[in-house]
Design a binder for this molecule. Structure first.
Ligand SMILES: [Fe+2]
Length: 289
């Protein structure tokens, strides 16, 4: 029987007891949250407490909104170094609060997690937490104090070490933002749709360290079955919808960030089914009330 994973995209405060009941009734082997539980004015702990009540095993990757209130988020978004230094000091404490609110559910990042079903065993490689996208290392102080990571190069090295430490040959990468290399247009799975075509930011807003880790895993004989992330919302600025899944070679890339995830009474998540041969992703819009 396939391994069945429920993927929950950027929540941005929209997750409640109805989602818990619906997901627990769906017989998933595990649930992967790609991050951004928080909103601009909500620190995400209400959602975290709700996630803590799930009976289904779950992993939560923190996003750029998590443990970063609005002034800190804005400072990181615009690379305002002085404001970053003023606002970043409380992030370790805010992350600890989020971790407590999640209870038994781990807040992951730079970590590996084994999942086993009847026919398949995989290791989930949880990549760099709090990714903002692009080549700049955001939330650097927290990454240094919590994980000992002080540069994109150090992050790249750590992700390679995690690949080497994985128990199983079959891997699923879990990240907040997707890898570099798949973002050549605004509607690409992780293409930049903000800032206009003349922005100095690259169009490809994927994570370079994650791209390297995927290539390293493949070259080391691992089988990267899926890469699961979000961050770049499905609805793109200026209109239209982003490509949200993409098969490249043996790997299925899934961007689960349909925002808002509850719209017109429909609750979104993605069902990822993994057999020994195939990976298949299907959007789920449920109406349970
Ligand atoms: Fe995000």
């Amino acid at each position: 029987m396939d391994m069945r994973l429920g993927l929950v995209g950027d929540v941005h405060t929209l997750f409640d007891a109805r989602d818990v009941a619906q997901l627990d009734a769906s017989s998933y082997d595990a649930l992967l949250f790609v991050g951004d539980l928080a909103g601009y004015l909500d620190d995400g702990r209400t959602v975290a407490r709700c996630i803590a009540t799930l009976a289904t095993p779950a992993l939560v990757m923190p996003g750029n909104h998590d443990a970063a209130p609005l002034p800190h988020l804005a400072a990181e978004a615009f690379g305002l170094e002085r404001l970053i230094r003023l606002t970043e000091l409380g992030q370790d404490r805010r992350c600890a609060r989020l971790r407590r609110a999640l209870g038994k559910v781990p807040l992951v990042g730079y970590s590996v997690h084994d999942l086993v079903s009847d026919d398949l065993s995989i290791t989930v490689v949880a990549a760099r937490p709090h990714s903002f996208g692009g080549t700049r290392l955001a939330f650097a102080r927290h990454l240094a104090s919590r994980h000992g990571i002080d540069s994109m190069q150090a992050s790249t090295r750590r992700l390679r070490e995690l690949v080497d430490a994985a128990t199983h040959q079959d891997l699923v990468f879990l990240a907040h933002n997707g890898p570099a290399g798949l973002g050549d247009a605004p509607h690409s799975i992780w293409g930049r749709d903000f800032g206009g075509s003349h922005s100095s930011l690259p169009r490809d807003f994927g994570d370079p360290d994650l791209r390297d880790a995927i290539a390293y895993a493949t070259s080391s004989g691992r089988r990267v079955r899926a890469v699961v992330a979000g961050h770049m919302h499905h609805g793109i600025k200026g209109g239209g919808e982003r490509i949200w899944q993409l098969q490249r070679d043996d790997t299925l890339y899934v961007n689960a960030a349909r925002v808002p995830r509850i719209r017109d009474g429909l609750r979104h998540h993605v069902r990822l089914s993994l057999s020994k041969r195939q990976a298949h992703a299907e959007a789920q819009l449920t109406t349970r009330s």
